[in-house]
Design a protein around this ligand. Structure first.
Ligand SMILES: *Cc1c(COP(=O)(O)O)cnc(C)c1O
Length: 414
């Protein structure tokens, strides 16, 4: 592997080797990350990257598309089967551009949109002022209650008062199931478009573990690299009647040529997600998250909303007289990666918030199960109870490294 790169560019080669070592020897609890299979890796590294294919299968601007059309059609057909979607566009380059295309397809700059606020678990591309979405569209927001859970009566109240053209349901840091049907009912009362962003939970939906918005919603976007465990990218699914406008928004609206090597890797990942093993994997992701949350609560960590229905949880570190930044840093030194995160009604700032977000998709791909979640919770407690104690960090780092040897990362030969 990498024999050409090693000779030609030793600096980049060395950095990739160090990153392989880091990924192999550390535990990954960043909720949005995962490890792709060797087959997905191979496909991403293929000569498909050489091709330009502006347009769609059967309707391209350049010649030589006979193989690309086969690949893109396979990706589309598998995504349709996986999610029961009527229309799929697999060309979206990543989650944020996919969302930009959704807004472009359905609304105009200045139109009112209702979305979950970022500090209550929403995503930047759901109307944050520093993001294109917040600059171009008039976002109004719903949030969670003091208990960390969305109150759908409140959402309805805001929707009836504000009468947005579109309602966005979806999140990056919310650990409970969304009531898709209720969102749709509310939208129907005011004639709003329903848009679900399932970037985080797409794999759990594909694996049949949590309810899907696709039967109810007009349009659904997702990344392909989080719980869905495919290459870094995205796609948009919608009702057949909106297919043309969604496709036009992606190309020529937002993007130029599709990334054919990535779209092929999406097709490979979708085939993997259609196998019975993926159902088991996604069930284990949720089991692991539930065990990790309850073990942490036993150690007196405050888990927002008191647990989780999915792959992630938010921990309020004030329960340990600490902060998100301090905990995130101490855990990193101990070989455990996570991210600092705002908690609902946070009194601190986004750069120095009160919480951390933990997720189980990556460690579950490595094969960790309930017994290891208990060990993980103990390590997190040891490190976070003494966040400046370097001897604790060094001890846990060594123990993490030992455990990691038993659970290799797919695609990394060490
Ligand atoms: C991760 C995420 C995105 C953005 O995906 P990128 O590929 O990083 O652009 C969009 N929406 C939600 C809800 C996400 O969690």
């Amino acid at each position: 592997m990498f024999t050409h790169l090693q000779k030609q560019d030793p600096q980049i080669y060395a950095a990739i080797m160090r990153e392989e070592k880091r990924q192999a020897e550390e535990l990954e609890l960043i909720a949005s990350e995962n490890y792709v299979s060797p087959a997905v890796l191979e496909t991403m590294g293929s000569i498909l990257t050489n091709k330009y294919s502006e347009g769609y299968p059967g309707k391209r601007y350049y010649a030589g598309q006979e193989n690309i059309d086969v690949i893109e059609n396979l990706a589309i057909d598998r995504a349709k089967e996986l999610f029961g979607a009527e229309h799929v566009n697999v060309q979206a380059l990543s989650g944020s551009p996919a969302n930009a295309a959704v807004y472009m397809a359905f609304i105009k700059p200045g139109d009112k949109v209702l979305g979950l606020s970022l500090d209550h678990g929403g995503h930047l591309s759901h109307g944050h002022p520093v993001n294109f979405s917040g600059m171009l569209y008039n976002f109004v927001r719903y949030g969670v209650e003091e208990d960390g859970i969305i109150d759908m009566d409140k959402v309805r109240e805001i929707a009836l008062k504000e009468r947005p053209k579109m309602i966005v349901a979806g999140f990056s840091a919310y650990s409970r199931n969304m009531d898709w049907k209720k969102f749709k009912e509310i939208a129907d009362e005011i004639g709003a478009i329903t848009f679900a962003d399932i970037a985080h939970i797409a794999g759990l939906i594909a694996g049949g573990q949590i309810e899907s918005p696709i039967p109810h919603f007009d349009v659904v976007s997702t990344t392909t690299h989080k719980t869905l465990r495919g290459p870094r990218g995205a796609m948009i699914m919608c009702k057949a009647q909106f297919g043309k406008q969604v496709d036009k928004a992606i190309f020529p609206g937002m993007q130029g040529g599709p990334h054919d090597h990535i779209n092929a890797a999406k097709a490979v990942a979708f085939k993997e997600a259609l196998q019975p093993e993926f159902k088991e994997y996604t069930a284990q992701v949720i089991k692991n998250a539930k065990v990790l949350a309850s073990e942490l609560m036993n150690y007196n960590f405050k888990v927002i909303s008191g647990g989780t229905d999915n792959h992630l949880m938010l921990i309020d570190m004030t329960s340990k007289n600490s902060t998100g930044k301090e905990a995130d840093h101490a855990l990193e030194l101990a070989g455990i990666s996570c991210n600092k995160n705002m908690v609902p009604y946070d009194t601190r700032s986004p750069f120095d918030p009160s919480g951390i977000r933990l997720g189980t998709p990556a460690v579950t791909t490595r094969g960790l199960k309930e017994p290891e979640m208990k060990i993980l919770a103990k390590w997190i407690n040891d490190v976070c109870s003494a966040p400046t104690d370097e001897s604790v960090q060094a001890r846990v780092r060594g123990e993490v490294k030992e455990l990691c040897k038993k659970f290799p990362v797919p695609g990394i030969l060490m």
